[in-house]
Design a binder for this molecule. Structure first.
Ligand code: GLN
Length: 536
């Protein structure tokens, strides 16, 4: 019988519910439990696929092609297990399902209401993964903050689930903030009290409080919170600011969050968590023997969350290389033909990020040309690959107006063009080439030496692709298609001969990098950048 843990948040957003959920899941997994995490988001978009990254950070894509919240990336990176569409549900999807059922006549004769129809649909989705019997424990993270109008139906669904499941098969963890008031020199518990009070108004008594804080919680504070919020003192968990998100599982272990959870769920603690690989990883992240600075050229660099999986992949790769990767964020728009060499000075590697639309295109092309001509290790991802092909077309092949039809639909030389399967598509949501596709790597190429095999699968999120009409010309000039999708003959990896590391992928390797399985492309890109530092 699957047990359910619900994680809610109070006081403010951005307390790190996703990291706490992932850390708890990690500890339970390390004790031998089968755990998954799902996130319920209260917004009305069907999924975050149509959201601007400034609004919501990166859109994370799962194996099955779901466009999801970036917290799912944390779940996968921590647990090293795949998530799917079922792991991320929004209000929009819930309403869509209910309205479709209404049209189909499933509620014939009834008034369709938030309670019970919307809440029933939420509960049904909350149980979906549990019912597969693949998991001992399902952790459900609720997006938003308790008290938000949008969150209400979800909170009500949790209340009902608690009632139906009982206190041994479910529990609620509430994440709050315990702020430090510098003027008073004190930690303050009142926001936590208020936030628990609000949960109580909705009929939910949290079992465990995880208190985000910048200073350690002493026994007195813990006692006060326990008393005013009706929780055991050992269920008041301190979550102090950590140097890295990867420290959080160990901090939670120290606070015994996993043990309290298991005892409340009446599950045996089994063995102590096996975290050897995790600790070895953390040891390497914390004790680098060298340093490398890599430029990340993108359109949304003011908001690093927009490139979350890329920065995390660098951390995984840095551990393997025992070095520190400093990411220098560079706004593509800020680069032009006059300032590029100055702005990119000192970089040992250059990554051009995924993205959409024309803004910053010329700057990306400048950065790529700089990397190509100065033999600086280069990794281009998705739009980054498309830009690299435009740059090569224009500056090496002399096709002056080489472009992507995304940027100029009328270009005479669409070296990047819309995929055949995309031409008739009108709807924007969920219609890109999404999720995992096979790729066949050509032997004897750099990509082959990196992956060490020819059959791989990688995740995608794009509409445009390399135009094969130009392939011969590119290959003759040294730009090789080293990875091809065997079913549709789409170019998936391009690499430049006679360059220490110039590789670009139509897929997103960053979506598959985890602590336990750092992505080989990032590992070797960092290694190449490191070799580039050592040369200087
Ligand atoms: N805008 C490009 C496309 O749709 C690239 C997308 C991306 O970088 N994820 O093909």
């Amino acid at each position: 019988m699957t047990k359910y843990i619900f994680v809610t948040g109070g006081v403010t957003s951005s307390l790190g519910k996703g990291i706490i959920s992932a850390s708890l899941a990690k500890l339970l997994q390390a004790r031998g439990y089968r755990v998954t995490i799902q996130k319920f988001d209260p917004y009305i978009n069907i999924d975050p696929g149509t959201l601007n990254p400034y609004e919501h950070g990166e859109c994370y894509v799962t194996e099955d092609g779901a466009e999801t919240d970036l917290d799912l990336g944390h779940y996968e990176r921590f647990l090293n297990t795949a998530t799917s569409q079922a792991n991320n549900i929004t209000t929009g999807r819930i309403y869509q399902n209910v309205i479709q059922k209404e049209r189909a006549g499933e509620y014939l004769g009834k008034t369709v209401q938030v309670v019970p129809h919307i809440t029933d649909e939420i509960k049904k989705n909350m149980r979906l993964l549990g019912e597969t019997e693949d998991y001992d424990i399902v952790i459900t993270e609720l997006g938003g903050t308790v008290g938000d109008i949008e969150s209400l139906p979800f909170i009500e669904a949790v209340r009902q689930m608690r009632w139906e499941l009982g206190s041994h098969d479910s529990l609620v963890i509430h994440l709050t903030l315990v702020p430090f008031l510098a003027a008073a020199g004190e930690l303050k518990t009142k926001p936590t009290q208020h936030s628990v009070k609000m949960l109580l108004e909705y009929g939910i008594q949290p079992d465990i409080l995880v208190c985000r804080t910048e200073h350690s919680l002493n026994a007195e504070i813990r006692k006060k919170i326990a008393l005013f919020c009706n929780v055991n003192i050992n269920a008041v968990i301190e979550s102090i600011d950590a140097p890295s998100i990867y420290d959080v599982p160990l901090l939670m272990l120290k606070e015994q969050l996993d043990k309290i959870v298991l005892s409340k769920l009446k599950l045996p603690t089994r063995s102590e968590p096996v975290l050897d690989q995790w600790k070895a990883f953390l040891g390497k992240v914390k004790n680098p023997t060298s340093e490398v600075t890599i430029g990340l050229i993108g359109k949304y660099v003011e908001l690093p969350d927009a490139y979350k999986s890329i920065t995390e992949s660098f951390i995984h790769a840095s551990a393997v290389n025992e070095c520190k990767v400093n990411v220098r964020w560079i706004a593509a728009e800020s680069l032009d033909s006059k300032n590029t060499s100055e702005k990119l000075k000192g970089l040992s590697g250059i990554l051009v990020a995924p993205g959409f639309g024309e803004r910053g295109l010329e700057g990306k092309l400048e950065a790529i040309q700089f990397a190509r001509e100065n033999l600086i290790p280069f990794l281009g991802i998705c739009l980054g690959m498309q830009c690299a092909m435009i740059e090569f077309g224009r500056n090496v092949l002399g096709i002056k107006d080489a472009n992507s039809s995304e940027m100029n639909a009328k270009t005479k030389h669409p070296v990047i063009h819309l995929m055949e399967s995309q031409k008739k598509i009108k709807d924007m949501g969920g219609t890109m080439r999404l999720g995992s596709y096979p790729c066949e790597i050509q032997k004897g190429t750099k990509a082959y030496s990196i992956y060490g095999k020819s059959k791989i699968t990688e995740r995608h999120r794009h509409r445009y692709e390399f135009n094969n009409e130009y392939l011969k010309q590119y290959e003759e000039a040294g730009m090789i298609a080293s990875g091809i999708n065997p079913e549709k003959n789409l170019v998936e990896i391009m690499e430049l001969k006679n360059h220490p590391f110039f590789l670009a992928t139509q897929f997103h390797p960053e979506l598959k990098s985890t602590v336990i399985n750092p992505h080989p492309l990032f590992v070797s890109f960092v290694a190449a950048s490191l070799a580039n530092v050592k040369k200087k």
